[in-house]
Design a protein around this ligand. Structure first.
Ligand code: FMN
Length: 373
């Protein structure tokens, strides 16, 4: 068995067979359970959001549930881990199961029906359905601060958050909640703040990032709190160029980074064709992993092209379906300034070390050739 295959069947650091709570309290698992500090890089050749990074590679918002997970990711060589999206108040998780494997032939296009299973074999695609749970800031602020302080030179921790619609349904209060969330995350000392705009636009049937005017208001409110700490927005896959361009014209000038994509929605059923995830509103669920790589790559290329066409300067974070060093390289070639892997990293905790080894070999090879090695 070669090394990569061996890595891909690793015990995942988040165990889908356990509840979110069990994972939160007892994880991370597998190789993330008992890590040693990452060695200091000999040189730091990259920058991301104006900061030096050893490798522009990380784990996006989601699988790193709390500070223990973030610290393990740093130890395992992920230079840019993102602490899972938090809220300004406690918020319950959807019932178990929260992660299931899905069978997809090739690329997942929007609007499909998929059969779920517990067969996590390559190429892994999953659905994840948590409902963005959160602890109170009293818990997550010190925990996030502790994780941020674990970063070595060449590493940076990003804190992700999103707003919650108040019971009154007031849009003004909804935007005020984003403002408060930004302040609370910034206070932890993270190197950058990420806001999830690929969440439901509370009070409507659409995602927030598909409401350009409201996204702009949200981002402007957040920026008033950040005092120069870089802001990344997380967006979904946009299927129309014109819509993406309209969004970037309004929101692009006000942010330092755009991370895309989040999951692609599909109907998830069991072998009998019945809803696989229990509970109301869970027939449709987001899919991530290998089957969405095409969409993440397409977004990275379109963001690069539109950034140039519109004279903007945000940095691009390519996310979706990266599960090996070739996926990292493909995103960089498509225009991503940094790349992140959620599903791939969950089942291959050595992924950053493999990407590092690959980039080190590339950096060495011209010199080796010069000396005739
Ligand atoms: C277990 C899990 C939990 C996630 N939770 C969040 C979240 O809280 N906030 C968010 O913006 N994205 C979340 N995501 C989406 C990822 O950040 C990412 O956009 C998506 O999974 C595509 O990347 P991948 O194909 O590498 O998994 C989650 C993904 C996974 C797998």
């Amino acid at each position: 068995m070669d090394k990569v295959v061996e890595c891909m069947v690793s015990e995942p650091f988040y165990d889908p067979a356990k509840s979110y709570q069990d994972n939160f309290e007892h994880g991370p698992f597998g190789l993330f359970a008992d890590t040693q500090p990452h060695s200091l890089p000999a040189s730091i050749a990259h920058r991301f959001l104006g900061l030096p990074v050893e490798l522009p590679f990380g784990i996006p918002a989601g699988p790193l549930l709390n500070g223990r997970y973030v610290k393990a990711a740093l130890d395992m060589g992920f230079s840019v881990p993102v602490y899972k999206t938090v809220r300004t108040r406690r918020y319950a998780c959807h019932p178990w199961p929260n992660v299931l494997a899905v069978r997809v032939d090739g690329d997942l296009k929007p609007g499909r029906r998929l059969v779920a299973s517990e067969d996590y074999s390559e190429p892994i695609s999953i659905t994840n359905s948590f409902g963005v749970p959160s602890y109170d800031p009293d818990f997550w602020q010190p925990d996030m601060a502790d994780a941020a302080a674990h970063a070595l030179p060449g590493q940076m921790v990003v804190g992700s958050f999103q707003g919650t619609l108040p019971e009154s349904g007031s849009v003004e209060e909804y935007i005020a909640d984003f403002r408060l969330g930004a302040r609370l995350v910034k206070e932890t000392g993270v190197a950058a703040v990420e806001v999830n705009l690929s969440c439901p636009n509370e009070g409507t049937a659409h995602l927030l990032c598909f409401d350009t005017a409201r996204s702009r208001r949200v981002v402007e409110a957040i920026q008033e709190e950040l005092d120069g700490v870089p802001l990344v927005i997380k967006t979904a896959y946009f299927d129309e160029d014109a819509r993406l361009e309209a969004f970037l014209r309004e929101v692009g000038p006000v942010v330092q980074g755009i991370a895309a994509i989040n999951t692609i929605s599909a109907e998830i059923v069991d072998e009998r064709g019945e809803q696989a995830l229990p509970g109301e509103g869970r027939l449709r669920s987001g899919v991530c992993g290998a089957a969405v790589q095409w969409a993440g790559l397409a977004m990275a290329a379109r963001l690069k092209r539109l950034r140039a066409a519109l004279g903007l300067s945000f940095e691009i974070v390519g996310v979706g379906g990266v599960h090996d060093a070739a996926g990292f390289a493909a995103y960089r070639a498509a225009g991503a300034d940094a790349v992140m892997s959620a599903t791939g990293a969950m089942w291959n905790p050595r992924l950053a070390l493999e990407v590092l080894a690959g980039t080190a070999a590339q950096a060495v090879s011209p010199a080796m050739q010069a000396v005739g090695a």
